[in-house]
Design a protein around this ligand. Structure first.
Ligand code: ATP
Ligand code: MG
Length: 435
């Protein structure tokens, strides 16, 4: 892509309500634009990052045999009445009437829709287990939409639902999905913990959250310093017993909560840290299949409710989570798997014939190799263009400048902020090595 033609409206302006680095930099670097509270438009750079995250998810879902579907965003309220969630979900569920005065909701999560899709279509144990998922816009009229993509009202979620004949088989699938989720987050280059979570109002027999470690996270989690064990502190707390002005955020010591700081699984010690919930996997059991009368026939011809699991992952929240973990005071630092463009070719002086020629040549060569490459061919000052590149966060910038006269250019590494001098003859090879 040519920077002179790219739709990347970078700005110095910080959104008035922005406190998180991800919110500030994604806005300033021209990834997202706020439309109204909790509503964002994604510009080309954000679309590229989102697509990359989605592709990794599709990849790992294929590995566990989950199949992609796409459910309607608008759901008839009948299904929500059938499940009993129409009232339980409260005001987060946006409702509206169509021209025939029929009540609809905007899907905040799709258990009802998925059960409805499967019931009467999957009728035999022979066709189970089944795992269906989608990546789709969700709408929740959050009380406090904030932090940019972190907590939107409209957001993108990967939501999956599995159907089983036994709790053992659900357990197997749950474990497989935990492994798949870990692979996804690892591939995105994020530091995370899987923690025991509160199964909450929906019931079910177990749930885990995938927490990206970040000081800005809204969740308090206890993690073991020796083994993999971690838990949301909600698991340790009996919220009902606590008085009203209790603030979980102010707790700095796990001993205050639990009485001791011993890990329940090993000899290690627990400590508190903060996390961004990017995924939630859940053993649902038969709550929804019972309510919606979704049944299959078992080996003995007996009618049984599907035993279900549900697996959510916040795609748009992940975009923000990447930046929460990977930024500095100058802007975004994209990881290899998430970068909208891997290489930025910086022509320092656009009026310099030799700089232009080398830049263009390298640009076409990399394009030909399907490398995601940008060429900064704008007639702007070098300092301005570098600041822009820092803000956007290209992993590598090839600086073609004055040293070209001596046959060298520089490769700037956004993460380490180090520059390496490379001869013009070596530049292509060197970049290919870095990809
Ligand atoms: P939270 O406690 O952060 O509100 P949740 O428990 O309501 O999350 P789930 O219902 O488990 O979330 O949804 C699955 C995933 O969708 C979450 O793990 C999160 O990554 C993402 N998600 C949920 N709400 C939002 C939101 N308002 N904006 C962006 N992502 C969200
Ligand atoms: Mg929520």
């Amino acid at each position: 892509m040519r920077r002179s033609k790219a739709f990347i409206p970078t700005t110095k302006e910080v959104p008035s309500d922005a406190v998180l680095a991800s919110h500030i930099f994604l806005s300033r670097a021209g990834f997202i634009s706020q439309v109204a509270s909790g509503l964002y438009s994604y510009m080309p750079l954000a679309k590229k990052v989102i697509r990359k995250i989605e592709n990794i998810i599709h990849d790992e879902m294929a590995q566990v045999g989950a199949q992609e579907v796409e459910l309607s965003f608008v759901a008839p309220s009948d299904l929500w009445i059938e499940s009993g969630r129409i009232d339980k979900f409260g005001k987060e569920l946006l409702r509206f009437y169509d021209r025939k005065e029929k009540l609809f909701v905007l899907g905040p999560t799709h258990e009802e829709m998925m059960v409805d899709l499967v019931r009467n279509r999957v009728v035999s144990y022979k066709n189970l287990p089944l795992n269906l998922y989608q990546i789709k816009t969700k709408f929740r009229d959050e009380v406090r939409p904030r932090y940019g993509l972190m907590r939107g009202r409209e957001f993108i979620m990967k939501d999956g639902y599995s159907f089983h004949t036994s709790t053992e088989d659900l357990d197997r699938e749950f474990d497989a999905l935990e492994v798949a989720y870990k692979k996804i987050i690892t591939r995105l280059g994020l530091d995370f913990r899987v923690v025991e979570a509160d199964s909450g109002a929906i019931g079910g027999s177990g749930s885990k959250e995938i927490m990206v470690i970040a000081d800005s996270g809204e969740d308090n989690i206890a993690v073991c310093d020796t083994c993999e064990y971690g838990a949301n502190i909600e698991v340790f707390l009996n919220m009902d017993e606590l008085d009203e002005d209790f603030d979980a955020n102010s707790i700095t010591d796990i001993k205050t909560i639990k009485g001791d700081d011993n890990c329940p699984h090993c000899a290690g010690k627990l400590s508190l840290t903060k996390g961004i919930e990017v995924g939630h996997i859940f053993k649902l059991g038969t709550t929804y299949s019972d309510a919606l009368k979704a049944k299959y026939l078992d080996e003995n011809g007996q009618s049984q409710s599907f035993i279900m699991g549900t697996y959510g992952m916040g795609v748009s929240r992940l975009v923000a989570a990447v930046i929460e973990q990977h930024h500095d005071e100058n802007g975004c630092i994209w990881t290899k798997e998430t970068a909208p463009y891997m290489v930025n070719i910086m022509i320092s002086n656009i009026k310099d014939e030799a700089q232009n020629t080398l830049g263009e040549e390298l640009y076409l060569k990399l394009l030909g190799e399907n490398i995601e490459v940008m060429i900064d061919d704008r007639k702007e000052r070098f300092g301005f263009k570098m600041k822009d590149a820092e803000l956007i966060g290209f992993p590598y910038t090839v600086i073609i400048g004055k040293e070209l006269a001596n046959g060298t250019v520089e490769i700037y590494d956004r993460k380490t902020t180090l520059k390496t001098t490379v001869s013009t003859g070596e530049i292509y090879k060197k970049i290919m090595e870095l990809m």
